[in-house]
Design a binder for this molecule. Structure first.
Ligand SMILES: [Zn+2]
Length: 268
């Protein structure tokens, strides 16, 4: 979308939500076209797509905006949210015809046409609800009116969720987090034990095989050991200790969920 269109959608959304003008809304409006500015300035990032496939980034920008907002950092919050909303707006436009649609959208007087359109903001209480929404509802539309309406709906809902009151994280989430944390540490201990065992056994095998090779090649054992060890040892370390903890990802998701409510990551 054009800068003008991004701005109009955000301005309308702020008005529909009845938000007071402050540092947050001002930063949001100032940075709404930053993704395009950067794209133009840095040639290498020019083709980083704005129009599709950036759902994960959108979600991360929104979470970051929410956490900053709850911690009183209104400027950074506005800027993160600007990035999220910019990408959301662009995702509402059919990629293959986006030049044509953008031009048509820019010609529409949004303030006049959409001022009285009824928008019901969805407030995403849970971070998982927000994620589901972004993945399933933010989708390209075929004509300018539908694009604007979709962008407006998403914008109102996302802003409304980001600025909603700080609250205690739900009990069930905290309980799940405690459980997951226990599993995570147990798994980590297990992986360390296993890693140490693998490391020891692999090194014995390495010493043994090297001694056979040195005998066969009639080479000096220690020189060969140093030489081969230089290549083999990093691999042994990587294979022994590089295994991922399977509870890491669920734990991070629960941490994000908690931060979405309270603005703080739980202490480990
Ligand atoms: Zn863009």
């Amino acid at each position: 979308m054009w800068k003008k269109s991004h701005k109009e959608i955000v301005r309308l959304s702020i008005r529909k939500l009845g938000l007071k003008r402050n540092e947050f809304t001002a930063t949001l409006l100032r940075y709404i076209d930053e993704p395009d500015r950067i794209r133009r300035r840095r040639k290498r990032q020019r083709y980083l797509p704005h129009h599709a496939g950036r759902q994960q980034d959108i979600i991360e920008y929104i979470l970051s905006a929410r956490i900053k907002f709850l911690n009183g950092d209104l400027k950074s919050a506005g800027r993160s949210l600007a990035w999220a909303l910019h990408l959301i707006h662009d995702h509402c436009i059919e990629k293959n015809r986006h030049d044509e649609l953008e031009r048509k959208i820019a010609k529409i007087n949004m303030n006049k046409e959409y001022r009285n359109v009824q928008i019901n903001p969805l407030k995403f209480e849970r971070f998982t609800d927000l994620k589901t929404y972004i993945y399933h509802n933010v989708a390209p539309k075929e004509n300018p009116e539908d694009s604007i309406l979709a962008a407006l709906n998403h914008t109102v809902s996302v802003i409304c969720s980001v600025v909603s009151e700080k609250r205690d994280p739900p009990e069930d989430i905290l309980r799940k987090y405690e459980e997951c944390l226990k599993l995570f540490y147990a798994e980590r201990r297990k992986l360390r034990r296993l890693g140490l065992l693998n490391f020891t056994l692999s090194n014995f095998a390495f010493l043994f095989i090297t001694s056979i090779i040195s005998t066969l090649m009639k080479a000096d054992y220690f020189s060969l050991l140093m030489f081969l060890g230089f290549f083999i040892e990093p691999i042994i370390v990587l294979v022994s200790f590089g295994r991922e903890n399977k509870y890491e990802k669920p734990l991070r998701e629960l941490e994000n969920e908690i931060a979405w409510h309270s603005g703080k990551y739980p202490p480990k």
